[in-house]
Every structure is written in structure tokens, then in C-alpha cells.
Design a protein around this ligand. Structure first.
Ligand SMILES: C[S@@+](CC[C@H](N)C(=O)[O-])C[C@H]1O[C@@H](n2cnc3c(N)ncnc32)[C@H](O)[C@@H]1O
Length: 267
């Protein structure tokens, strides 16, 4: 299969997974307020200026867009591959003139934004699902005003003080194979692509306590569970997610969940 066909297939799978996720995603957010807080962390770490114009790539049901608008008075244009996530977001934000959410591919930004230009292009918990990150970041840089920034938050890293990958520990204890691809694009690759189109790339972290209930709920979102147990049906994945994190009870008090962020500035 050629690379373009492979990328189209991956994106179709991603859209289907998030189409199946929108209700559980909303329930998860109501309980944990997580994607909202992650967006605020991302914005604070990069020193986002209040009142900015932001393009939110992979906006889902608009939680990141809403956080940027409510906490930083931003005007936000969000786009997402999943029709159901976008529709759920449009229903939630129907009365908000400053937040606009549309269906679209974050690897084809030029088609969507036309000649609009932004102060920031942000990817909150989305860039690691993009198969062609170089293309997306090249287009993101073209949408930026001079001096604007691109930034992303990444998939969680579970670790202990010795630096072990606790996903690997948990899969070993569960006697299940560690998935070959927990993410489609890894942090290193996304960061080097950012460096191709931006200067001053820098990195930040948000370290949260290791909360087993949070992890179980987070990875019970259908799209997230697919990254851990691909090829199984949802009920089987949910059951395995519960068992997977139960194996880590004894290490929980020493462990943490690390959320990584990267930012770059357009020349
Ligand atoms: C974990 S959700 C994050 C949503 C939102 N940013 C938030 O903070 O709640 C990731 C989103 O990225 C979207 N996504 C993945 N690949 C995409 C692409 N190529 N173009 C647009 N959206 C994409 C998914 O459909 C999903 O809604």
C-alpha cells in the first residue's frame, strides 16, 4: 500500500474511532475536567497572549476551543476530522460567536482557512494521531502571522522515579503484547517537524499524580482504548483497560503521568 493510501486509511480509522467516542468523551470531561485543564496548561506554558486569534487543530467537541475563549478571551477557529465530535461541539457552543468549529482535515489546512491568518496554531492532544505531521505543520506555519507560534500537547507518558515506561511494565504484568504503535507520530518526530518550520523550539511538561481511576476512565474512551488494544472490540478493550491499570496498584504512589508540550515560533 502506498503512503498516501495508508495515510487516508489511518485518518478514516481515526475519524471512525472518534465518531464512536463523542458521548464517552463528554462524560469523561464532565467528570475529570481534563482536556480543559490540559489546554490551559498548554496556553500558560507558551505564554499565550489574551485576545489572540487561534487555530485549534483537532478541536474535537470544542473543549480546547472553549478553554481558550473562556480563560484567554481568544477568538478560536477549530477543525476536526470527526463529524460527530464537531457536531457535539457545535451543539455545546451554539451561542458562542467567538468559537467556530468545522469539519476538516488538519493535514489540509490551506483548504479550510483560506487567507485567514492566526497568532497561534495549537494541537491539544491531537498531533500524535496525525500520519503526515510534516505536512500539517508546514501548512500550520503558512497560516501564522509573523512571530506567531505553533504548539502541541502530547500523549501521556507514565513513569516512576527510575524513569521506567509503566505502560511496558503493565503490559508485561498483564501478559499482553505491548502495542507496536501507541501513537501514530512520536514526540521526537513531531518536535523535529516543528523545528523545520519554526525557530526557538522549546519543551515543557505538566506532571500529574498517578491516578488509576483517571487512567482507567481516560483509556476507556473508545478512541484511546484503540491505541492500547487495537483490533479488539470495544467491550473487550474496556475490560482489558481495567485489568491493565490494576496491575500498577503497587507502584501508583511513586509514579506520575507526564504530559509533554512543544512550542515553536515562526520567523
Ligand atoms: C483527544 S481529541 C482532542 C480534542 C480537543 N483538542 C480537546 O482538547 O478536547 C483528538 C482529536 O483530534 C482529531 N484529529 C485526529 N486527526 C486529525 C486530523 N488529521 N485532522 C483533524 N482532526 C484530527 C480527532 O478526531 C479528535 O477529535
Amino acid at each position: 500500500m502506498g503512503p498516501e493510501r495508508f495515510q487516508r486509511k489511518v485518518k478514516q480509522r481515526v475519524a471512525d474511532n472518534f465518531d464512536q467516542s463523542y458521548r464517552i468523551y463528554q462524560d469523561f470531561e464532565e467528570k475529570h475536567h481534563f482536556f480543559y485543564d490540559l489546554t490551559v496548561q498548554l496556553a500558560e506554558k507558551i505564554g499565550l497572549q489574551p485576545g489572540s486569534r487561534v487555530l485549534d487543530v483537532g478541536c474535537g467537541n470544542g473543549i480546547s476551543a472553549l478553554a481558550l475563549h473562556e480563560q484567554f478571551s481568544c477568538q478560536v477557529m477549530g477543525l476536526d476530522l470527526s463529524a460527530r465530535m464537531v457536531a457535539a461541539g457545535q451543539a455545546l457552543h451554539v451561542s458562542n460567536q467567538e468559537v467556530c468549529l468545522v469539519l476538516g482535515d488538519g493535514e489540509q489546512l490551506a483548504e479550510i482557512v483560506g487567507d485567514q491568518r492566526y497568532d497561534y496554531v495549537l494541537y491539544n492532544a491531537s498531533i500524535f494521531i496525525f500520519p503526515d505531521v510534516e505536512r500539517s505543520l508546514r501548512e500550520a506555519a503558512a497560516c501564522l502571522l509573523p512571530g506567531g507560534k505553533i504548539a502541541f500537547s502530547f500523549y501521556p507518558h507514565l513513569t516512576n522515579p527510575a524513569g521506567d515506561d509503566l505502560f511496558a511494565v503493565a503490559f508485561q504484568r498483564l501478559e499482553e503484547p505491548l502495542p507496536r504503535f501507541r501513537v501514530i507520530t512520536d514526540y521526537q518526530k513531531a518536535s523535529s517537524a516543528l523545528g523545520q518550520y519554526c525557530h526557538h523550539v522549546c519543551h515543557h511538561q505538566w506532571i500529574r499524580p498517578f491516578d488509576l481511576e483517571f487512567l482507567r476512565d481516560f483509556f476507556s474512551i473508545p478512541a484511546q482504548s484503540a491505541s492500547l488494544f487495537p483490533g479488539r472490540d470495544y467491550e473487550a478493550r474496556r475490560e482489558l483497560v481495567g485489568k491493565l491499570f490494576s496491575t500498577l496498584k503497587d507502584v501508583a504512589s511513586q509514579a506520575s503521568i507526564v504530559w509533554r508540550f512543544a512550542e515553536g515560533t515562526k520567523a
